[in-house]
Write a protein that binds this ligand. Structure first.
Ligand SMILES: Cc1cc2nc3c(=O)[nH]c(=O)nc-3n(C[C@H](O)[C@H](O)[C@H](O)COP(=O)(O)OP(=O)(O)OC[C@H]3O[C@@H](n4cnc5c(N)ncnc54)[C@H](O)[C@@H]3O)c2cc1C
Length: 426
């Protein structure tokens, strides 16, 4: 049982990536502050442990504001500038975690173990004297004149500043169940509608079922009634429920955003991204001219896995024995349409249970970008995924956690120093 009315300078609610980083950078800058990280989970950093397939994609070689969605790009840019990817690499080196680069600029720990990232963060926080409280859910935060009162399931804490680092709503079993938004609302903040980001998509029908396990490099385009067409290229994985893989995850938040806006999103897939319809049609005509007695299915199998070719031909009523000379114009057009702009019947995403991030949250215009301090409630700070920022796949969400934590650490330090000076003058 934790002491009732324990007094701290700073209470950080949430001990994930953003909360732990805030505690470390704050303790390094303001060594005499009494800091506690309070987390509802039995063990800290569950999301770090499951990240990057258990390897933790810590950041990316190149991180710019364009890699993020949500709030103002200028604010994001400013926050990233204070603590860019290079600073992340140096920071992790300082706690004994060296990183290496992989495909698409992704940086992973040399050990390839997310556990090492988490252990290093916890060790560093503890060695700096940060108190870490687990199994301790914050149920209410009250802002008084100079102090906050923080009510948890087993204690009551008092502090001069509070940092909300409660994450979003994705994979709620890790502890990030969205309750942080309630805490923020009760302190006067608004919360933009949240929806899953980086989530697999569910398809109608059963075409996908027979293709489960097949991965293809494709271009997906998202068409809506209110915005320009958005295009994403990369690897798409067919699954028993629909589609997943990097290109799908990156598109998913835009599908949800369009749905939320009532903009009737439609997803189309180009299975041969280097071709448009006209070029594809010409290509098939060339094949036919070169080898009129050749089998269409055999030719297609040079470009795609056999299972995909069989499923497509079956659906389009094209016999696997059909030769180019037996291939009517109408069928050729249908095939081209299905290869170059096939509509994927997306019903929904798999939701927060499977999403890697949360879109929406605390609006960036309700925080000061140079401190991450609330504009609504003094000495209240926000870091990480609780804010209306979500990154694309590739280490960007963690970079947002590290960068916003660095800005908040400076902000908290400054705010507490200022209030101490003011008290001294009274
Ligand atoms: C499967 C998966 C894989 C991912 N892989 C990557 C990756 O490789 N690279 C990348 O950049 N991003 C990745 N992400 C995204 C990344 O993990 C998150 O963006 C990041 O962890 C957010 O950090 P955070 O500290 O803001 O929130 P979280 O990590 O969600 O931490 C919030 C903490 O707050 C605690 N909490 C919540 N409410 C309360 C309360 N009321 N009282 C006390 N404590 C509370 C929770 O228990 C939790 O520990 C992945 C996400 C998932 C789900």
């Amino acid at each position: 049982m934790v002491e009732v009315n324990s007094k701290y300078d700073v209470v950080i609610v949430g001990g994930g990536a953003a909360g732990l980083m805030t505690s470390i950078l704050l303790a390094r800058q303001c060594a005499d502050l009494k800091i506690v990280v309070v987390d509802s989970a039995k063990r800290l950093g569950a999301k770090i442990l499951i990240s990057g397939g258990g390897r933790c994609n810590v950041t990316n070689r190149s991180v710019v504001a364009k890699d993020f969605n949500g709030g103002s790009r200028n604010v994001i840019k400013r926050v990233l500038k204070t603590f860019p990817a290079k600073a992340t690499v140096e920071f992790f080196e300082s706690i004994g975690v060296t990183l290496h680069e992989e495909q698409h600029g992704k940086l992973f720990p040399d050990s390839n173990k997310a556990r090492h990232v988490l252990e290093a963060l916890i060790e560093e926080a503890e060695s700096l004297g940060v108190f870490l409280m687990t199994d301790c859910r914050v149920e209410k935060v009250e802002a008084g004149t100079n102090l906050f009162r923080i009510f948890t399931n087993n204690s009551e804490l008092v502090s001069r500043a509070v940092v909300l680092a409660t994450g979003g709503q994705s994979v709620p079993k890790t502890g990030s169940d969205g309750f942080g938004y309630e805490l923020a609302k009760r302190l006067g903040h608004s919360v933009l509608p949240t929806f899953p980001a980086l989530a697999p998509l569910i398809l109608d029908g059963d075409f996908h079922e027979q293709l489960s396990g097949i991965s293809l490099d494709v271009e997906l385009s998202l068409h809506t009634t209110n915005d320009k067409t958005k295009r994403f290229t990369g690897s798409m994985l067919w699954t028993h429920f629909g589609i997943s893989g990097p290109v799908v995850l990156d598109l998913s938040r835009h599908w949800h955003a369009a749905k939320l806006a009532g903009a009737e999103p439609a997803v189309r897939c180009n299975f041969l991204p280097e071709f448009d319809s006209q070029r594809m049609e010409n290509e098939i005509l060339d094949w036919a001219e070169q080898n009129p007695t050749g089998l269409l299915s055999k030719k297609l199998s040079q470009h795609f896995p056999r299972r995909f070719v069989d499923a497509l031909c079956k659906e389009l009523h094209i016999s696997s024995e059909a030769t180019f000379s037996q291939f009517p114009k109408r069928q050729r057009r249908t095939l081209v349409e299905n290869l170059i702009e096939r509509t994927l019947p997306v019903i929904d995403s798999r939701g927060f249970r499977y999403a890697e991030a949360t879109a929406g949250g605390i609006p960036l215009n309700e925080v000061e970008p140079v401190t991450m301090q609330s504009r609504v409630c003094g000495h209240l700070f926000f870091v990480g995924e609780i804010l209306d920022v979500d990154g694309r796949l590739g280490g960007f969400n963690f970079q947002w956690a590290w960068s916003s934590a660095a800005v908040a650490a400076q902000g908290v330090c400054g705010a507490i120093a200022n209030s101490s000076n003011e008290k001294g003058l009274e």
